[in-house]
Write a protein of this length. Structure first.
Length: 107
């Protein structure tokens, strides 16, 4: 559920730089040129590669957004003098959650 929420936030606040858009156009043009020179089986392989690369990039963008959000939340909490944010406590909490998921909720 948190992943869907963060995905929605990332989509709402994501800004594409002009340089990023330019690089995307260049990559697409190179891909189209390569696509035209390949056999049918090679084109299928190229399309699978592009899909995998796109999925990987989307996940990395979301992970980076999530990390930035956590950082901003930690800074925000510190500025409001709410009990100070602790990366160690957060890492411990995440490790405990991962352990529970892997071991069926046992402690």
């Amino acid at each position: 559920m948190i992943r869907e929420y963060m995905t929605a936030l990332q989509r709402r606040f994501h800004i594409t730089s002009e340089r990023s858009a330019e690089l995307q156009r260049e990559a697409r043009a190179a891909c189209d040129t390569l696509h035209d020179t390949l056999s049918r089986e090679q084109r299928k392989l190229l399309l699978r590669l592009i899909d995998a690369e796109t999925s990987c990039r989307d996940e990395e963008k979301l992970d980076a957004f999530f990390s930035g959000y956590r950082l901003a939340d930690g800074v925000h909490r510190e500025l409001l003098t709410i009990p100070p944010y602790s990366y160690e406590d957060e890492n411990e909490r995440q490790a405990q959650e991962a352990f529970r998921r892997e071991h069926g909720g046992e402690d």
